[in-house]
Design a protein around this ligand. Structure first.
Ligand code: DHB
Length: 347
């Protein structure tokens, strides 16, 4: 019987493991590697500290922080779906005060690069939150959640309208710590995601996080009622990966200079590579954390192996690679007959 190496194990080649430069830059900020957590899947990171060293990741993205503490929606607020899950948490959290007093110092003490996600009901809420993050050196990036699906009024999803999205981004950019890039988190539930992306960039977003969950719903055929107390919820997990890859592809094609933090159903290193090839400069692992809290570090190890196996020594070389014309067949397929002779004669 042939035993396959475990996922993430480098190929059993002779000699030392090949070096791979995994560093990535997002809007001028350097990260040692491209694997982040996704917002909403591990509060502010402490709960992951028992499974791995949070400083090993490129960055740790917090659950969206609001101005005030919030208890969230009634239960049930999570449901399993085919290849994914629905959630309707309702932005539960401690509020910015407790986050600054307790959570951000913990992240700083561990050497984590914090990506702070903020959310609010009004443009002014976002601006105030951004202002409260001034003078906090642990904040590497700000992610503006303008696409939470669990708001009472769907008209309040800023990311569903380019003008509304731009208004939030402009206010946050103005109030935020000057050296800290602002990433807008976009919703896939729009007709033209490129239009929203462009509006956010023109308003001052240094990059884009995509995608947030899709609005979904499940009905319980035993109780004959909606499964979630909040009725609708955000769909995440592998079921949404093709939608996310498509969004990253479309936005990278239209705005190739804009860095993208890609997410949506990433479970393995190859899933991460798919996003990078489509145009993401870094990726977030989210729903996979619920089943495997170490998933982000495993994805990172698997990504490194995948790059080694493909003879790629710099992560930056794969960003957007799938947009380039196909390589000539003699570089990808079996060597054409006689090619080795021709090469050895230098012709
Ligand atoms: C919630 C927020 C989100 O941005 C999301 O995608 C799903 C759920 C929430 O807190 O309800």
């Amino acid at each position: 019987m042939t035993l396959l190496p475990a996922a993430g194990t480098p190929p059993a080649a002779a000699g030392p493991i090949p070096e791979v430069d995994l560093a990535t830059t997002l809007a001028g900020v350097e990260f040692p590697n491209p694997v982040f957590t996704a917002s909403g899947c591990a509060a502010a990171g402490q709960e992951l500290g028992q499974f791995f060293d949070v400083a090993e990741l490129g960055g740790l993205v917090t659950k969206s922080i609001l101005l005030e503490p919030r208890a969230g929606r009634p239960t049930p607020r999570m449901a399993e779906t085919p290849s994914g899950m629905l959630n309707s948490i309702g932005l539960q959290g401690p509020g910015i005060g407790a986050f600054l007093d307790r959570d951000l110092p913990w992240l700083a003490s561990r050497g984590a690069r914090a990506v702070v996600s903020i959310a609010g009901g009004r443009v002014e809420d976002y601006a105030e939150l951004a202002g409260r993050l001034r003078g906090q050196p642990a904040v590497a990036l700000l992610e503006v959640n303008i696409s939470c699906p669990n708001v009472e009024d769907r008209g309040a999803v800023f990311a569903c309208d380019p003008t509304a999205a731009a208004a939030v981004v402009a206010a946050v950019r103005c109030a935020a710590p000057p050296g800290v890039p602002v990433f807008a988190k976009l919703s896939p539930d729009v007709t033209d995601i490129v239009a929203v992306a462009r509006a956010c960039v023109e308003a001052g977003a240094g990059g884009l996080s995509m995608i947030n969950t899709l609005l979904g719903m499940a009905v319980d055929t035993t109780t004959l009622r909606p499964v979630l107390a909040g009725v609708t919820g955000g769909l995440s997990g592998p079921a949404i990966r093709p939608v996310a890859v498509r969004c990253v592809w479309q936005v990278h094609a239209a705005l190739p200079e804009v860095p993208i933090l890609g997410m949506g159903g990433i479970r393995t290193g190859l899933d991460a590579l798919e996003f990078l090839l489509a145009g993401a400069s870094a990726v977030s692992v989210g729903t996979a954390i619920f089943g495997d809290p170490s998933a982000p570090v495993r994805v990172l190890a698997e990504l490194r192996t995948a790059l080694v196996e493909r003879g790629i020594s710099r992560l930056a070389d794969v960003v957007g690679l799938a947009h380039r014309p196909p390589a000539p067949p003699h570089l990808t397929g079996p060597e054409p007959p006689g090619a080795a002779d021709a090469d050895s004669e230098g012709t």
